[in-house]
Design a protein around this ligand. Structure first.
Ligand SMILES: NC(=O)c1ccc[n+]([C@@H]2O[C@H](COP(=O)([O-])OP(=O)(O)OC[C@H]3O[C@@H](n4cnc5c(N)ncnc54)[C@H](O)[C@@H]3O)[C@@H](O)[C@H]2O)c1
Ligand SMILES: O=C(O)C[C@H](O)C(=O)O
Ligand SMILES: [Mg+2]
Length: 543
């Protein structure tokens, strides 16, 4: 009996392997009637054929005509495109972006199959709507836009209850969680519970770009209060109207949530997103050896920036071995800036075997200017990157960005400050004089308003020969003689879906620095010499 079972099982699994690539497997559902139409995971709207309407108790609950998936798709795209036609002036841009987000969001709430199909097929056009920059606008207006909840909300008031709450989530399995406490949403500051838009957008990218199962993802908001007074005073604010928890109280709340998640889904991967710097570093240190997690703003960003920096050396006509000789000024000593610096330094150490050389070529500024060893009360995470003041003649603690660019003459200016317009005309013109044959500008802060400069400004003031990348998307710039100034989107979206998918498929227990370094190098390696020569550092979003 045993061997017969084994024989049948082996036959079945072989035929299953053959057929699974050809025939879609049936989806067995317990629900019937209206419950199906209200479940976006299985709803097909008017697409249910008559046989299914009979079997599932849907007859009479839908208009009689069956509208095929393809017709529904075309109808959706037509309404979406008609919104574009209504844009008459620049000032309409954010209204139109929000209108586009609304119709995508309604589709998401109604019919996930169609939603993800249109998203995957039109990722280049739709990413700026469901993700950066429009998602920032959505978070800022969340209370007004809220119609239906998505994901889970745990709050400081739920202490002691989280273990049972986690079982309220309807899916049996969860592979990927994106978690935020809303304390630093893009460059928009503390948005409290409104920050849930970010985990939702990130997980949409996981499905669209990495093919994760949309029924096994979970966006989570951990609402520990907000220090944004405007929100606390708003009677319609949907989150806790109290100051943020601090210290042990804060950490024990996160601990309780993590314990609940890992009890129900021990293999779930957790991406920490948009935590203010102190908690971003603290939670990474606390959990990274204990379960499969990473901090996207520190580690994902670093990988994408490193790939861009490696591409830049090539674009300057130098060999990759020359990377350690690049002078790089990083503006912003927060979770993202420090993450980039530590990964870039690690890369140099790997190339040269010398930690001293590694630290020499990088210069770090925060809101108080250049950071040197003379700086008082420096955040411990920034200490390894503090400069020796005597390194370059006249370089002093607190030097302004303009002074630093003039004295250091960098090859790369990389902004993660969250301050729009920081790379002003004077700074960009000083970079032009740096002597680098092809200076690079990474204006990585999000959303668009917070970019350190626009693409047009960069090509205008720093010269047509630059390499340009920004965190939020900009159009390519038309230069003289019919030439094009290429705009790269240096955004962690190029890595986090792959990091999560890789961790999931490999069954990794933790995510190591070496894995992230490998991911960055892999991203850099996709680019051909022809792309790089044009100043293209990353694959197209469609790819
Ligand atoms: N492109 C991407 O993939 C990506 C990834 C992560 C973060 N970001 C963006 O980077 C920005 C910063 O994120 P973070 O998590 O590091 O924030 P953070 O608050 O931790 O750090 C901001 C840093 O900028 C410094 N700063 C502020 N004003 C400055 C000024 N005038 N001059 C120089 N430095 C100044 C602050 O002192 C601080 O060190 C945000 O806008 C975020 O959207 C982009
Ligand atoms: O969300 C993004 O677009 C990138 C990054 O994670 C950020 O915080 O800005
Ligand atoms: Mg982020």
């Amino acid at each position: 009996m045993w061997s017969l079972t084994k024989f049948v099982a082996s036959r079945l699994s072989r035929s299953r392997r053959f057929f699974s690539s050809v025939i879609p497997r049936p989806c067995i559902i317990q629900k019937r009637g209206a419950d199906i139409l209200h479940d976006p995971w299985i709803n097909k709207d008017t697409g249910f054929p008559l046989t299914e309407r009979n079997r599932l108790g849907l007859r009479g609950l839908l208009p009689p005509r069956v509208i095929s998936f393809e017709q529904q798709y075309a109808r959706f795209m037509e309404s979406y495109r008609s919104l574009e036609k209504n844009t008459v002036s620049e000032s309409d841009t954010s209204h139109v972006a929000l209108a586009k987000w609304r119709i995508l969001n309604r589709l998401h709430d109604r019919n996930e199959t169609l939603y993800f199909r249109v998203l995957i097929d039109n990722i280049k056009d739709f990413a700026p709507i469901i993700y950066t920059p429009t998602v920032g606008l959505v978070c800022q207006n969340y209370s007004g836009l809220f119609r239906r909840p998505r994901g889970m909300y745990f709050s400081a008031k739920d202490k002691g209850e989280m273990m049972s709450m986690i079982y309220n989530w309807p899916a049996q399995m969860v592979d990927m969680i994106v978690l935020t406490d809303g304390s630093r949403i893009l460059g928009l500051g503390d948005l409290g519970v409104h920050g849930i838009g970010i985990p939702i957008g990130k997980l949409d990218m996981y499905v669209a770009a990495a093919g994760l199962n949309p029924q096994r993802i979970l966006p989570v908001m951990l609402d520990v209060g907000t220090n944004n007074l405007k929100l606390i005073e708003d009677p319609l604010y949907l989150g806790l109207r109290q100051p943020r928890l601090e210290g042990e109280e804060y950490l024990s709340t996160i601990d309780e949530f993590i314990e609940a998640v890992l009890t129900r889904w021990p293999k779930a991967i957790v991406q920490f997103e948009d935590f203010q710097m102190k908690w971003a570093f603290e939670t990474l240190k606390r959990y990274r050896e204990r379960f499969c997690m990473f901090n996207d703003d520190i580690q994902g960003t670093a990988g994408v920036a490193l790939a861009g920096l490696l591409g830049t050396v090539r674009a300057q006509g130098r060999s990759l071995d020359d990377f350690p000789n690049q002078k790089i000024v990083v503006v912003g000593a927060g979770s993202a800036g420090l993450g980039v610096l530590s990964m870039a330094v690690q890369a140099v150490v790997r190339m040269t075997g010398n930690a001293e050389t590694a630290a020499q070529k990088f210069f770090l500024l925060d809101k108080d200017g250049l950071i040197t060893k003379e700086r008082k009360n420096l955040d411990p995470a920034a200490v390894p990157f503090a400069k020796d003041p005597g390194l370059i003649a006249g370089l002093r603690d607190g030097d302004s960005l303009l002074e630093v660019v003039k004295k250091v003459k960098p090859d790369v200016l990389l902004g993660l400050s969250g301050v729009g317009g920081l790379f002003n005309e004077e700074v960009l013109k000083a970079l032009r004089e740096s002597g680098s044959n092809r200076p690079a500008i990474f204006a990585m802060s999000n959303p668009t308003m917070n970019a350190e400069c626009t693409a047009v400004e960069a090509f205008k003031h720093a010269g047509e020969n630059i390499v340009f990348a920004s965190g939020s998307p900009f159009e390519n710039v038309q230069l003289g003689n019919g030439k094009v100034g290429y705009v790269n989107q240096a955004n962690n979206m190029y890595l986090f879906p792959g990091i999560g998918l890789g961790a999931l498929l490999s069954g990794a227990c933790i995510i190591t620095d070496d894995m992230l370094q490998a991911a960055a190098e892999c991203l850099a390696s996709y680019m051909t010499d022809q792309d790089i020569e044009k100043g293209i550092l990353y694959p197209s979003i469609n790819r």
